[in-house]
Design a protein around this ligand. Sequence first.
Ligand code: CA
Length: 220
Amino acid sequence: MTAKRTLDLDDTLYDYVLAHSLREHAAQRALREATDALPHAGMQIGPDQAQFMALLVRLIGARRTIEIGVFRGYSALAIALALPDDGYMLACDVSDAYTRGARAFWEAAGVAHKIDLVLAPARKTLDARIAAGDAGTFDFAFIDADKTSYDDYYERCLVLLREGGVIAVDNVLWSGDVARPAKSADTAALQAFNDKLHDDARIDLSLLPIGDGLTLARKR
Ligand code: CA
């Protein structure tokens, strides 16, 4: 039967996808493998998703980007590699412990000069940029941080993006929990967020079942 819906990716098929598509810089691979050995490695996006987002960044010709939730710097590295040499990423995180090792990998890949890591609550960082007159000046944003704040991050990114800019939002399927009665504040927040975006006339929308679910919202 020809499947109209997304295939179930078992390990064999996922390995095939990686074997036939992945083009990682040596620094990306080194960072990914270093993180896989650490606690909370599941917070790192998959390499197929990182490459997809890097392609998306190239497709829209992004020069100025935002990342909310840097963790160990793998997604930032993938996106920075896709930016032109004078590209810029405002990278927001609150954890020095998580992000401390990232710069060495960014430097190894020659993209550290594009990444402006700001260790502060992202709401505050984004509000400061809006107040400074940066509304409408960014091309791409990736939201992958505390789920109960997604709506706050989304609203601020929508202000900071130009028309035609894209916001990518991670973990919107939350291991499938969003389709069941919520048992946590995170699940409830993601359900409300997904409901809101479905009806949000300010964006064009696609919810992709890649990784743990990735929503793409294009600002109209
Ligand atoms: Ca994530």
